[in-house]
Design a protein. Structure first.
Length: 202
């Protein structure tokens, strides 16, 4: 693709590195920003810079947060006896949008994937085990809400094996979520039913 400007080309190359955005979409976005009021473009730049400089992860559940502890972990209204284990922060947002769950979360930061060099030690699995141990039997149920992929199932089996010896109910979300899909892209009704219709993990 020929570009009228090296500045445009550089911007397109950077924007196209975002997931789900190809060169044509990136070019359309870049040209839109060029036409926009300079203040709006500057506001976007400042928001992204602040995001990179100030974003934090909750010290308890590891979801994205503005503070040391996220609003969910800090709320006295949440049921702390139930922990929903998810891959990433966007899965927390997806489940929260269903309004069907009132427990707390634990974000692994991915799934076990030997092909990509990701083993259990690269994830927050040990932190989950430590968290359970530190609560002194307060946690009664762990919901494995991982995407129904080979990697997600492998991770779920690994965690289930680690929790076998503990007096904790281990469940997984019902398979209303399509196999091979991601929670992030599942509609809220299906995801909500999967949470409320969860089954004992076996």
């Amino acid at each position: 693709m020929e570009y009228p400007s090296k500045l445009i080309e550089d911007a397109v190359n950077e924007v196209s590195k975002l997931p789900g955005i190809g060169k044509k979409t990136a070019l359309r976005l870049v040209l839109h920003l060029v036409k926009e009021n300079e203040n709006r473009t500057r506001a976007l730049t400042e928001a992204l810079n602040k995001l990179r400089a100030n974003i934090r992860f909750c010290k308890t559940c590891f979801t994205i947060s503005d503070e040391a502890e996220c609003v969910i972990c800090g709320s006295h209204r949440r049921d702390r006896s139930t922990v929903c284990v998810v891959e990433e922060s966007n899965d927390v947002m997806a489940i929260e949008n269903t309004a069907q769950y009132n427990g707390v979360y634990h974000v692994l930061g991915g799934v076990i994937s030997p092909m990509n060099g990701i083993g259990p030690s690269e994830l927050k699995i040990e932190h989950l085990l430590q968290r359970i141990a530190q609560t002194k039997n307060e946690i009664k149920e762990v919901i494995l809400a991982l995407s129904p992929t080979l990697e997600g199932d492998t991770t779920a089996f690994y965690i289930n094996r680690k929790l076998k010896a503990l007096p904790i109910k281990v469940t997984s979300i019902a398979r209303g979520v399509p196999v091979g899909g991601n929670l992030e892209y599942t509609d809220e009704i299906t995801l909500g039913r999967s949470i409320t219709g969860r089954v004992v993990f076996d």
